[in-house]
Design a protein around this ligand. Sequence first.
Ligand code: ADP
Ligand code: MG
Length: 244
Amino acid sequence: MMESTAAWSLTVGEVDVESEQEVPKKRKLMLWVDDVTVDFDGFLALDHLTLAVDEGELRCIIGPNGAGKTTLMDVITGKTRATSGAVYLEGQSIELSKLPESRIAQLGVGRKFQRPTVFQAHTVHENLELACGAKHGVFRNLFGRTSRAEDERIDKVLESIGLADSIHRRAGLLSHGHKQWLEIGMLLVQEPKVLLIDEPVAGMSQSEMERTAELLKGLAGERTNGPSSSSSTTWTSFEALPRT
Ligand SMILES: Nc1ncnc2c1ncn2[C@@H]1O[C@H](COP(=O)(O)OP(=O)(O)O)[C@@H](O)[C@H]1O
Ligand SMILES: [Mg+2]
């Protein structure tokens, strides 16, 4: 496949959006935020923000505290309504900004909040089993059997999140970083089309941060080049860190 390098950077309001990565030609537009403004009683958290993310692309949104990163995710997932503008999934075929939050999740927009929300008393494997059921709208109880396809998906995800050796550990006993990876895994088993991850490295050790960056880069590549039809857009948000 022909590869071209798309490097770009833009600043809208206080949110800096940067990308520099190999982008194959003829990518499908996966997510399009079109001229979105969010006005909280006169305070513009997002001010005419436009950006487009292609299928398989990893995008990092960088901005200081209060820049509007979480608000952007809230708008995409339907938690907050845009005052003006629109958000589309897969080209212009689905207007997310007209749909309720639950429908947006069902359509394959997965979201990870900043704080890990795993089931502490359950093992790593059980957490992933429970998440498999959530693909269909509800977290299934553990008496329901996972299908063979789901078992394979869980095994694959365990490899990518680096927790294959910890499947019987209770999630509550994992380090903060490992909990974050488990929660990313819980989203991945649901095979989202778009994955939004808010502040994935907040509170992590340096080595966990580096491992997380590798994990996220790996996901984008794998999803982009793999045979899977459900190529995913991975979208992450980092707090601005002082440059060293
Ligand atoms: N529901 C709300 N009502 C009023 N102001 C809000 C609301 N949510 C967020 N804000 C404000 O919008 C700005 C952007 O917040 P946020 O999106 O959380 O930034 P970030 O995630 O980049 O730190 C902040 O100044 C915040 O106080
Ligand atoms: Mg935030």
